[in-house]
Design a protein around this ligand. Structure first.
Ligand SMILES: Cc1cc2nc3c(=O)[nH]c(=O)nc-3n(C[C@H](O)[C@H](O)[C@H](O)COP(=O)(O)O)c2cc1C
Length: 200
């Protein structure tokens, strides 16, 4: 049984969740995610929506049974499961925190299991050097969840000159423009991965 809505056309990768992967006040993740969505959505085959973990507002994992069993007791888990099942492709947008990725994102992933299986996944990381260390860690976790991470990911370098005194992007379009081509390459990778999945 498929996890998600089956794409209706061969050139349609289906519903894409652009996950806002940090939740702290003053975060720039919402800005980076909205920018990512806009450039992904330039491709008609990707029907993108934001999924903001701040709005999902999951507690720390509180299910009595391991998620691989799929027997959820908590209403918030059932809601999260239904939402994740409704998407065909995931793009995780997240900062690097201390060489890793945000705990809130790991928690959201750990709540579920089969819901993630076989789905193509892209990553948009950011940090002073592009957040590659966090992305490498997340990639392993996505593989553990049997997702299909694409090779073309986006690493956005945010310099001190790009942010104000509380760390918010001063001129987001200017700061992010050098990375637009990477988003388009990731879109192509996601489409190719979706097409592979439909052959199987
Ligand atoms: C807890 C924490 C750890 C951080 N660790 C790193 C790091 O390892 N490398 C890096 O380049 N930036 C690091 N930063 C800076 C973040 O990249 C920067 O604050 C970014 O805006 C965080 O994303 P957010 O605003 O969406 O939360 C860290 C920031 C925080 C809050």
């Amino acid at each position: 049984m498929s996890n998600a809505i089956t794409p209706t056309r061969p050139d349609d990768a289906g519903r894409v969740a652009v996950v806002v992967g940090s939740t702290r006040p003053n975060r720039i993740c919402g800005t980076v995610a909205a920018w990512t969505l806009r450039h992904l959505a330039a491709n008609d085959a990707l029907r993108c929506e934001l999924v903001d973990l701040a709005e999902i507002s999951l507690p720390f994992l509180d299910e009595p049974l391991k998620p691989a069993l799929g027997r959820y007791e908590r209403e918030h888990t059932r809601r999260w499961s239904t939402l994740v099942r409704s998407y065909d492709v995931f793009v995780f947008v997240f900062p690097q925190y201390n060489w890793g990725y945000p705990a809130v994102l790991k928690n959201a992933l750990d709540f579920l299991y089969a819901e993630w299986h076989d789905k193509p996944a892209g990553m948009v990381s950011y940090g002073t050097r592009g957040g590659g260390k966090g992305a490498a860690q997340l990639r392993e976790v996505l593989q553990g969840l049997h997702m299909r991470p694409v090779d073309d990911n986006v690493e956005v370098k945010i310099t001190a000159a790009d942010v104000d005194d509380v760390g918010r992007l001063v001129a987001p379009e200017t700061a992010l423009r050098p990375f637009v081509d990477q988003v388009h390459a990731m879109a192509d990778g996601l489409l190719a991965a979706s097409a592979d999945g439909q052959l199987g």
